[in-house]
Write a protein that binds this ligand. Structure first.
Ligand code: GLA
Length: 403
């Protein structure tokens, strides 16, 4: 009898906790509508993005999610169920989800832990269970949950995020939960307990290297957001990722929000290369924002670079840590599975820098290692590497055991 009780409890608890447990073993990869389209997101655009992701090789490279950000909501019907904007989503959300699924991809949606989203649209506070069920019925696989118009204290944030986290777990569908309170309340300490699989660690990214804004909520360029990831590496890992915000790669100032009404004009190609390399070193979620229908070949090749993606998606799920830093250069080290390491030597300065890096200082495996250079795909059998880096440029190496 006791045994039966135990078996029933185990079965019960495993059904209770079966959902939403292992949904993000590696950092989620996808495309998000926000920075490029803002309020223009529509059924048509989402379908075209899904087509593009399949046709341009991004799906094969590992990208999976098509995420609808703010400005999709029309309102609540007489049963309080959310419905989308009727002009831009004339057939509802479910047909869009079905289409995205038919392409072998997954779909994400957006709401907010208050009555209104950042864009002033109807949001989920007080309707968490109903909305989670609605999302599940539509076939949603991922929810980004924002925090505009909500109280500032961390206690309330936790309660509100957990409410939606529990609702998603009980929704009957596996839904990845992306917490977006911009790192203000140190979500790396509590977001996982609220059910989150990833949590933003910064305000919004802008399409520039350094934004240098007095108003902190206008927030940062690539380098500023990257620097905020220091000292929180230990909180990131499988099914609970630090999220330093989306990828500006390839936007060249054309995004709406990311350019902040033309204030930020975009980055150089070297800076986009470094941005992507750094985000992969950080084991960051990789959410592309560029218009996939027209992305240029250089940035498409960058976003599908299989060596960098392998570093990001390494199953050990470690975020890189800094092993050297002065005002010119920084060296990061990311432990990979199988006893290997990725190393990124990065020129923070405004001038060309040369480097000569001896791996024997930092790696015990040096005596039996080879060094794979990611950009030029060359393997060298030496114990040091040297080179020249353009301003804001970087070199990435994988230190492998000799076979
Ligand atoms: C906040 C989020 C952004 C985006 C917008 C939408 O600013 O941080 O990523 O979702 O809201 O309004």
């Amino acid at each position: 009898m006791k045994k039966l009780f135990l078996i029933v409890m185990v079965l019960f608890s495993s059904t209770l906790f079966a959902q939403n447990v292992n949904l993000a073993p590696t950092p989620p990869m996808g495309w998000n509508s926000w920075n490029f389209f803002e309020g223009e997101v529509s059924e048509q655009i989402l379908k075209e993005m899904a087509d593009a992701m399949v046709n341009n090789g991004m799906k094969d490279a590992g990208y999976q999610y098509i995420v609808i950000d703010d400005y999709w909501v029309g309102g609540r019907d007489n049963k309080n169920r959310l419905f989308p904007d009727k002009k831009r989503f004339p057939n509802g959300i479910k047909p869009v989800a079905d289409y995205v699924h038919s392409k072998g991809l997954k779909i994400g949606i957006y709401s907010d832990a208050a009555s209104y989203t950042c864009g002033g649209q109807t949001a989920s506070y007080g309707f968490e269970e109903l909305d989670a069920k609605t999302f599940a019925e539509w076939g949603i696989d991922y929810l980004k949950y924002d925090y505009c118009n909500a109280p500032e204290d961390v206690e309330t944030a936790f309660v509100r995020y957990k409410k939606m986290g529990d609702a998603l777990k009980n929704s009957g569908r596996d839904i990845v939960y992306s917490i977006c309170e911009w790192g203000v309340r140190k979500p790396w300490l509590w977001a996982k307990a609220a059910g989150g699989h990833l949590w933003r660690t910064t305000y919004d990214s802008r399409d520039c290297w350094i934004a240098n804004q007095e108003e902190s909520w206008i927030t940062g360029g690539i380098l500023e957001l990257f620097d905020l990831q220091e000292n929180i590496a230990q909180y990131s890992g499988p099914n609970g990722w630090n999220d330093p915000d989306m990828l500006m790669v390839g936007l060249f100032g054309k995004g709406k929000s990311s350019s902040w009404e033309g204030r930020f004009k975009g980055c150089s190609q070297t800076e986009y290369n470094t941005h992507f390399a750094l985000w992969c070193m950080l084991a960051a979620p990789l959410m592309v924002n560029s218009d996939l229908r027209n992305i240029d070949p250089i940035n498409l090749a960058l976003l599908t670079n299989k060596h960098l993606i392998a570093i990001d998606q390494d199953p050990l799920g470690k975020q890189a840590v800094t092993i050297f830093k002065d005002d010119k250069m920084q060296i990061l080290k990311k432990e990979l599975s199988g006893g290997e390491y990725a190393v990124c030597v990065f020129n923070r300065s405004e001038n060309v820098q040369t480097y000569n890096y001896d791996i024997r200082n930092d790696f015990e495996i040096w005596y039996s290692a080879t060094i794979f250079q990611v950009w030029n795909e060359k393997t060298i059998s030496k114990t040091s590497v040297s080179g020249t880096l353009e301003s804001h440029g970087c070199e990435v190496f994988v230190i492998r055991k000799k076979k």
